[in-house]
Design a protein around this ligand. Structure first.
Ligand SMILES: Nc1ncnc2c1ncn2[C@@H]1O[C@H](COP(=O)(O)OP(=O)(O)O)[C@@H](O)[C@H]1O
Ligand SMILES: [Mg+2]
Length: 389
């Protein structure tokens, strides 16, 4: 069929033609967004899941839902290994305050929000195209140099500015596993304070199954402040819908047996389903799509996934990191014991520590519990077994 109008979207963060199997989550999100601007308490959301399950798509969808609703301002940012949380927040928070400033009303809180932001920028030493420098600094707010206090002051100021406009704010943070432990702790304390004050700001974050660790007070608050919806592979029913619906919209049937092959081979993982749909669409002349078509496309899909999804992740690694992952794939299973990797490589568990932590830091593996590791990329072990070098 015509490649130009191929609706499937095997790309990070691209909205799929059929956003299947997430109804329960959207139901919860609607309640969350509905309550937020009223100042009623809401629990922040922290979505966790492997790579390619649709976390970014979900956050983007929440941005759209907030925009459609009209009284919740979405603030979106993607965390990275390279930048501090403060530096990442500054620009989107400034934009949000400017948006609030343009809305009707007196806006005293908005202006004080901008002053607080100015102080905050001073503490994190970011020079920033004249942010609020025409404003008097708000003495004593967000300028202590202690991230926990300053971030709280800043987010409280933003939340107050929003409340003044009868707006809510949802702070969307993608790839939240890259936020460091002290930064995440500071964020938790800030959200806790905001909740105590009954202000309309909450977070919807997404990240790999290991979230930043927390200690002390922050840890006990986090348990009450957040819900942790797990985003996983799609059910069989949802997978079939995800593959079938876009074809049906073009008037083409997908036979049960073909949909079944896609479900089995993709494991229900959204990224893989999109790749299957994309290749099937380009391969078939018209309908119905049969199991034979699926068999024929299987090799193309594997080649594409190996090239685009898997290999790029391998290329960034050092030889010793690669050997660690290969050992994991040889041992097999979802959760792999460090002790088994140690035996496989003939290296002590202690000596493996640095590789293990650099792979966690790079987001290649995570630790589901003490002494265990797992891949963050679904079916990565199969890829490594297919491509032994
Ligand atoms: N519910 C869904 N149904 C079908 N495809 C989906 C769904 N959610 C996401 N996708 C597709 O999966 C791929 C990965 O989505 P993305 O949001 O980038 O995942 P993550 O952020 O978890 O790595 C994209 O190609 C997207 O179009
Ligand atoms: Mg993502």
């Amino acid at each position: 069929m015509d490649n130009i109008i191929n609706p499937f979207s095997p790309n990070a963060g691209s909205r799929p033609p059929e956003l299947a199997g997430r109804e329960d989550i959207f139901r919860d999100v609607r309640v969350f967004l509905g309550r937020l601007p009223t100042g009623r308490s809401v629990q922040s959301l922290l979505f966790t899941g492997l790579r390619g399950v649709g976390k970014t798509v979900l956050l983007n969808e929440i941005v759209h839902m907030a925009e459609r609703q009209g009284n919740v301002l979405p603030i979106y940012l993607e965390a990275s290994e390279a930048r501090s949380l403060g530096a990442m927040l500054a620009s989107p928070l400034r934009l949000a305050l400017l948006k609030l400033d343009r809305m009707k009303g007196t806006g005293a809180k908005v202006r004080s929000g901008l002053s607080v932001l100015r102080n905050f920028l001073g503490t994190i030493k970011v020079s920033f195209g004249g942010v609020g420098f025409e404003l008097e600094p708000a003495t004593g707010r967000a300028d202590s140099g202690d991230l926990q206090f300053d971030l709280t002051e800043l987010l409280v100021a933003v939340a107050e500015a929003a409340a003044e406009r009868q707006m809510g704010v949802v702070l969307l943070i993608d790839e939240i596993q890259y936020v460091t432990e002290p930064e995440f702790g500071a964020l938790v304390m800030a959200l806790h304070r905001i909740q105590q004050l009954g202000l309309p700001l909450a977070m919807a974050g997404a990240g790999l199954p290991t979230l930043p660790g927390l200690a002390g007070e922050a840890k006990s608050y986090a348990e009450r402040l957040f819900t942790y919806p797990v985003i996983g592979a799609l059910s069989k029913e949802a997978s079939v819908l995800a593959i079938r619906r876009p074809f049906l919209d073009a008037g083409v049937e997908v036979e049960d047996s073909a949909a079944d092959t896609v479900y089995r081979r993709s494991g229900g993982y959204p990224y893989f389903i999109q790749e299957w749909g994309y290749q099937l669409w380009n391969f078939v002349e018209g309908g119905p799509v049969t199991a034979t078509d699926a068999e024929m496309v299987d090799e193309i899909v594997s080649r594409q996934l190996d090239g685009n999804f898997f290999r790029v992740r391998m290329e960034r690694l050092t030889p010793s990191e690669k050997s660690f992952l290969r050992a994991m794939s040889q041992i097999g299973g979802e959760r792999i014991r460090m002790a088994d990797i140690s035996r496989n490589l003939g290296i002590s568990v202690n000596a493996l520590g640095p590789r293990r932590s650099s792979l966690v830091k790079r987001g290649m593996i995570y630790s589901p519990s003490h002494g265990l590791v797992a891949f963050t990329v679904p079916l990565f072990d199969e890829f490594l077994r297919r491509n032994p070098v």
